[in-house]
Design a protein around this ligand. Structure first.
Ligand SMILES: [Zn+2]
Length: 458
């Protein structure tokens, strides 16, 4: 009887203490959101990164300036440590692309193009050839060497607008950008022009990575804006023998030394167990990278600022990592994981923001089911702020190499419906950033980091 009474008292106390902890969490999370929504710190940091520093491809002087700028921000935050991690990065230099359609029937028309990342140049005289339009590799295979040889292949496959998830539409056709040059070169093409990867019909060419096969000749690869892709297709119907003039002034430079930028708050109970919150600091050479991934960088920095502002002394070490070179070789992410491995560091979880600064809607997790279930239990705390799901899915490119060490990976998911309009183009400018959506992204990440730190994931 007596033991029953004590059991009862114990149960009542546990229920009260758990209710108290939940209530305490709600208050702390509300404070994190209140602070994020009433401060323009992250927004102004992003303004500087995208407008004062601008395009910052790995190896470039602007990438070095971005390293210096973000290091200074972290140093001004009274963190426990701020340091640079050396990374060897590729340096591909593009001094611009010119293109025009020349036709006795349609006239001479300038078209907006850009070089695809890592492409070879055309030489100073450029390339002039007839254009073969295709919508797929299969169509090109059917045309064969006879029709393709000596010509420029124009991959004009639009992203499927019926796909609700823009990344799905993107991944269905991105092969023409990444593999188009090597596939066309097999049939003797002299260059490729690839329709830009966006749903929007506009005047911005979108770049991105492409790859050669060492056993196949390297031919220049460019992207054309969607508006001119539509026009080129129409002009080809009027004059199938029109000439396309393409001049690309880009080349591979020797590898350069750059850095990942790291700032951390030391854990009070488990200083050797790390929670990473990361993003990539580089952006494409034509893009100020406000959304991709300047927004992610200021999110990561803001997570540390929000935790400090609330005087939260985390149990685990919270480490913001701004990775260099996600766009070309992902060398920053690989180097970070290699160093973590060498130093035998334990990572509790890694969270990445690389989906732009638009409205946060959820988190996706790349981990084992029991870990996912544990993180999903935090969802109720985030629902009131518009983060309406936590589900199994993609973590992130930069944190990806940590997967080998079985680190749970989490990606911040933002509303992506506008994202492809900016992605990898000169249109990814600061004026496309909504301050409140940016702030909500940072606060959502800070809240999740707070919960993972407090309750652990074991
Ligand atoms: Zn990115």
């Amino acid at each position: 009887m007596r033991s029953l009474k004590w059991t009862y008292i114990f149960l009542v106390l546990s229920v009260f203490s758990s209710l108290f902890a939940q209530d305490q969490d709600s208050v702390i999370i509300k404070n994190l959101f209140d602070e994020a929504l009433s401060s323009n710190t992250a927004y102004e940091n992003l303004r500087h990164l995208s407008e004062q520093i601008g395009p910052r491809l790995s190896g470039s002087p602007q990438a070095a300036a971005a390293v210096e700028y973000t290091k200074q921000i972290l140093e001004s935050m009274d963190l426990d440590s701020v340091y640079l991690q050396k990374v060897k990065v590729p340096y591909w230099l593009d001094k611009g692309t010119e293109a025009a359609v020349v036709s006795p029937i349609c006239g001479t028309k300038i078209v907006n193009t850009c070089a695809l990342g890592l492409s070879v140049g055309t030489g100073k005289n450029g390339i002039e050839a007839e254009v073969i339009e295709v919508k797929s590799f299969e169509e090109m295979d059917e045309l064969g060497k006879e029709k393709i040889g000596g010509n420029i292949v124009f991959f004009n496959q639009a992203m499927n607008p019926k796909r609700l998830n823009p990344l799905r539409a993107y991944s269905e056709v991105s092969k023409y950008r990444t593999q188009g040059a090597k596939e066309a070169a097999r049939y003797g093409a002299v260059a490729v022009v690839v329709r830009s990867l966006t749903f929007t019909i506009d005047e911005y060419p979108h770049t991105g990575s492409m790859y050669y096969d060492p056993s196949i000749p390297k031919i220049p690869a460019s992207a054309i804006c969607t508006q001119h892709a539509e026009l080129l297709s129409a002009w080809l119907k009027k004059d199938p023998h029109l000439k396309f003039h393409l001049k690309m002034n880009c080349r591979q430079m020797p590898d350069a030394v750059s850095h990942n930028v790291i700032g951390e708050i030391k854990g009070s109970e488990f200083p050797d167990e790390i929670i990473v919150v990361g993003a990539h600091l580089d952006s494409w050479h034509i893009s100020p990278g406000a959304h991709d991934d300047g927004a992610g960088c200021v999110h990561a920095i803001e997570v540390l600022r929000l935790l400090k502002k609330q005087n939260i002394r985390p149990r685990h070490t919270i480490r913001a990592v701004l990775f260099m070179d996600e766009e070309i070789m992902q060398s920053g992410g690989k180097e970070y994981a290699a160093v973590a491995n060498k130093n035998n560091e334990k990572h509790l979880v890694a969270l990445e923001s690389d989906g732009g600064g638009d409205l946060p809607i959820g988190f996706s997790i790349d981990a084992d089911d029991p870990v996912i279930a544990k993180i999903q239990a935090f969802e109720e705390h985030l629902n009131p702020y518009g983060v309406y799901y936590i589900k199994k899915g993609w973590g992130g490119v930069d944190i990806g190499p940590l997967k080998k060490k079985c680190v749970p990976l989490i990606g911040l998911n933002s509303n992506l419906q506008r994202y492809m309009e900016y992605h990898h183009s000169a249109n990814d400018t600061f004026d496309k950033i909504n301050m409140r959506e940016l702030q909500l992204g940072a606060a959502s990440m800070a809240a999740l980091v707070y919960l993972c730190d407090k309750y652990g994931l074991d």
